[in-house]
Structures are given as structure tokens and as C-alpha cells.
Design a binder for this molecule. Structure first.
Ligand code: CTP
Ligand code: CA
Length: 230
């Protein structure tokens, strides 16, 4: 069916995608965050949906429009993202592309004032839940395929392989975000797809193309597995 291309290969499948940064409040007007445009995660949600998957996108704050045909849950914090992923289950595949803040602050109820004569406030950080590790290590209700991301600035493949093993996810999409690549926040990306049996290095291409290729790999992998109920 060459004419229809990839369309419909994920029909009857359920997908969860996370995207964007999370914002961790410091007080009512300030937050901790990281640099993530959400472009790659949103493109993956759109590609899975275009392949026929019933797709829920759980997005931190971005400047992007909600992809058409995708159910979007907007969240701010890592804790909210973790709860939204849990609420979106069951799923056949989960692609966790969000740049989740590793730490949160116990937020002040009132705006912290820059009072003259006082030392700057100290932020006490606590670790956020690891959404990917929790999902990948679920004993019941684990998606058939759990895919994580790893943004690395050095030893990209080596670090990403270790991350895959540590978290217990099936695949890791690893990308080099060192300044030399110039990809951060842009429309292009250079990634390696890391699986148990090896590494595929993809040429630099549009985030949209990467998303489509990942959706193809996901469809190939799910092809012979039974569909999730619900
Ligand atoms: N991730 C997550 N929850 C967290 C942190 C990360 O779900 N609290 C997910 C990301 O969405 C991504 C993967 O884990 O799919 C890897 O994130 P990354 O920040 O590269 O991994 P960390 O374990 O936080 O390691 P690092 O020290 O390199 O930040
Ligand atoms: Ca991290």
C-alpha cells in the first residue's frame, strides 16, 4: 500500500508522550526551569497521531501550539507531569521526551523580598520523581515499549547506554546538545537510537523527520505485540 505510506500502522494503539521543560516554583513569581523548546516531543506526538495512535501529549510550558488530533494535558511541575502520565495509562508506547527538572524547591507562599541588609535567600533543593524510571520499572501496567531521551554534552552514546540500563527503559534517543552542534532549540536534531541490541546513528535532519522515523521504528516494534485494552 505504497500510496498510503505509514498512515494507519499504529491504529488501535495508545501512546503517551511528554514534552517541554517543567517549571518548579520558588515563590509565586519565580521558578526553576531548563532550556527545552518542546519541538522534538511535540513532533513525536504529532507523528504518532498521524500514524493512527490515540495519543496523549503531556506538555510542560512551551510556546508551541497543541498538535492537531492529539489530546494535550498542560502541566507546570515534574510532580504534575508524573501524575498526568499515570492518569494517561494504559498505553502501548510511551515516549518521554520532556526535559524534566531534576530538582524542585519547597516553594515560599509569599513572594521572597530582596530586603536591604539581608543575605540572598538559599534555595534548598529536593529531587523530583524520575518519571521514566518509574514507568519503565512498573510491575503491572507497563507500556510495551518505553522510550526515553538523553540530552548529553559529552560521551553521548556511552552516557546514554548507561542511562538506558539504569532506568530500565527499552530505547533511548540520545542527542548531543554540546554548543558545537548548534542544535539546541532549533529545528534540526542529530540523534542516536539506542536499543538493547545496538545503536543506530541518524543523519542530522528536521525534528519532524526524526519524529516520523521514530514512529516507524515504534510501529515495526509493536507490529507483533497484542494491543492494550482500554
Ligand atoms: N526523566 C524523567 N523524570 C525525571 C528526569 C528525567 O522522566 N525526573 C526522563 C527524561 O524525560 C528523559 C530521561 O529521563 O527521557 C533522561 O533524562 P536526563 O535528564 O537525561 O536523565 P537524568 O537521569 O536526569 O540524568 P542527568 O544527570 O544527565 O540529568
Ligand atoms: Ca536530568
Amino acid at each position: 500500500h505504497a500510496f498510503f505510506g505509514e498512515a494507519g500502522r499504529l491504529k488501535g494503539r495508545r501512546a503517551i508522550v511528554t514534552s517541554g521543560p517543567t517549571h518548579e516554583p520558588i515563590d509565586p513569581v519565580r521558578y526553576l526551569a531548563n532550556r527545552s523548546s518542546g519541538k522534538q516531543g511535540h513532533a513525536i506526538a504529532a507523528a504518532l497521531s498521524a500514524s493512527g495512535a490515540q495519543t496523549t501529549l503531556i506538555s510542560g510550558p512551551t510556546r508551541l501550539a497543541d498538535p492537531l488530533g492529539v489530546e494535550v494535558v498542560h502541566v507546570q511541575t515534574a510532580a504534575q507531569m508524573a501524575a498526568a502520565v499515570e492518569a494517561a495509562l494504559p498505553a502501548d508506547v510511551a515516549v518521554l521526551a520532556a526535559a524534566v527538572a531534576d530538582w524542585r524547591v519547597r516553594p515560599a507562599v509569599e513572594k521572597i523580598k530582596k530586603d536591604a541588609g539581608h543575605a540572598p535567600p538559599e534555595l534548598v533543593l529536593e529531587e523530583n520523581p524520575d518519571i521514566l524510571a518509574a514507568l519503565a520499572q512498573k510491575t503491572t501496567g507497563r507500556p510495551t515499549l518505553v522510550v526515553g531521551f538523553a540530552a548529553e554534552t559529552r560521551n553521548v552514546i556511552e552516557n546514554a547506554r548507561a542511562k538506558r540500563a539504569r532506568k530500565g527503559c527499552d530505547w533511548i534517543v540520545a542527542n548531543d546538545v554540546s554548543e558545537a552542534t548548534g542544535v539546541f532549540g532549533g529545528d534540526d536534531n542529530t540523534v542516536h537510537l539506542i536499543r538493547a541490541d545496538g545503536v543506530e546513528t541518524w543523519a542530522t535532519m528536521r525534528k519532524r523527520r526524526i519524529a516520523e522515523r521514530l514512529a516507524e521504528r515504534i510501529a515495526d516494534a509493536l507490529n507483533h505485540t497484542p494491543k492494550h485494552e482500554g
